[in-house]
Design a protein around this ligand. Structure first.
Ligand code: DAH
Length: 351
């Protein structure tokens, strides 16, 4: 029987070498290992052997069976890889996800106004800071003079993580970290803290033409000796006239924010309706663009700065609103809608 086994092995090798496709390999599997295949036949023919011979022959037939199985699998894989390669090579080269009439990309309107603001503030000596979107309750509220259960929190419900962190509701959440980052320079060398920090904010908000659950702000702070409201007004006016490249009608009115005292609402005349009233400005003719104020002593103290010695101003510019005003976008939801024909019309600066 050993002769039969080695004859079969030879035969199998020859046939396998001649296989031209995965289908040929499958046929060989049936021929050799199938129910009535030749290797299986050998096993069936062992009935007349002595128990000792049965053991050795059985071992040899099993070895053959395993070898045949392994070689068939290897060959099959070779063919499958080859077929896949052939198929891939035959495909036309194109990106199935690319939109029809693909154009070069463009900057988002919010990115455009953000960059303009950054340029203006950089030229006035401000640093541009980055900050995370997930913050702690301390960063977003406590360090800003908004203790737990303060009613000001009602206006800023947001999305909470299981670990108690939250998606920041305001870029003010970075204030404490910025004070701590630059405090030593201020105290030792007298270098004023001048920083802006743009970022994405989130609130649990019902959406309409002027409210979104995701929006962009740009916070700015300046801390030094003898900073007053006139410094604040100067920087706000300079920034707006640079960004809009024309004189904008603004009004300053008192506003309450726990982290500033006094606090203001800086409104601009709605540029969409010219002040007549429209859904974009809640029919008031004015748009709250940049709440601001003098940094509250508690907030400075929490950042490690002595409020008896230093004062400062802070503002929270609504970048999303600014983009709407600058580009005449009537509905805030269009900015997050992702429709390229809406978003790509404001820049000549293609990517
Ligand atoms: N963080 C405030 C908000 O989102 C806006 C704000 C108000 C920021 C006054 C400031 C400020 O820096 O001084 O409602």
């Amino acid at each position: 029987m050993f002769a039969q086994i080695s004859e079969l092995r030879e035969k199998f090798r020859e046939k396998l070498a001649g296989a031209k496709s995965a289908a040929d390999v499958e046929n060989l599997r049936v021929t050799f290992l199938g129910k009535s295949g030749s290797v299986t036949g050998l096993l069936k023919n062992m009935g007349g052997l002595s128990p000792e011979d049965k053991k050795t022959v059985g071992q040899a037939v099993n070895d053959l069976k395993n070898k045949v199985g392994e070689e068939l699998a290897r060959k099959l894989q070779e063919f499958q890889e080859l077929e896949l390669k052939r198929e891939l090579e035959s495909l036309p080269v194109f990106d199935v996800a690319a939109p029809k009439d693909l154009q070069r990309g463009s900057y988002h309107p919010i990115t455009l106004v953000q960059r303009q603001c950054e340029t203006v503030f950089r030229s006035m000596g401000f640093t541009v800071e980055d900050y995370s979107e997930i913050v702690t309750d301390y960063e977003c509220f406590e360090s800003l003079n908004i203790p737990k259960f303060h009613p000001a929190r009602d206006m800023q419900d947001t999305y909470y993580l299981d670990n108690g962190q939250l998606l920041k509701t305001q870029t003010s959440a970075a204030q404490n970290a910025i004070y701590r980052k630059y405090r030593d320079r201020l105290l030792k060398d007298g270098t004023p803290i001048k920083a802006i920090f743009p970022g994405r904010c989130f609130r649990n908000e019902s959406t309409d033409a002027c409210h979104e659950n995701t929006f962009f702000q740009m916070e700015g702070v300046m801390v030094d000796k003898n900073i007053s409201i006139s410094n604040l007004i100067f920087f706000m006016k300079t920034m707006l006239s640079e960004v809009f490249q024309r004189d904008i009608k603004v009004r300053l009115r008192p506003g309450f924010f726990p982290f500033v005292e006094p606090g203001f609402e800086l409104d601009i005349n709605c540029l969409i309706c010219g002040g007549a009233g429209c859904p974009s400005c809640k029919h008031s003719g004015w748009l709250e663009l940049c709440p601001c104020g003098m940094i509250h002593p508690n907030v400075l103290r929490e950042g490690g700065i002595d409020p008896e010695e230093y004062t400062g101003f802070a503002f929270g510019l609504g970048l999303t609103r600014l983009a709407m005003m600058k580009y005449g976008v009537k509905d805030i939801r269009d900015l997050n809608g992702g429709l390229l024909q809406n978003l790509d019309q404001f820049t000549d600066d293609r990517l």
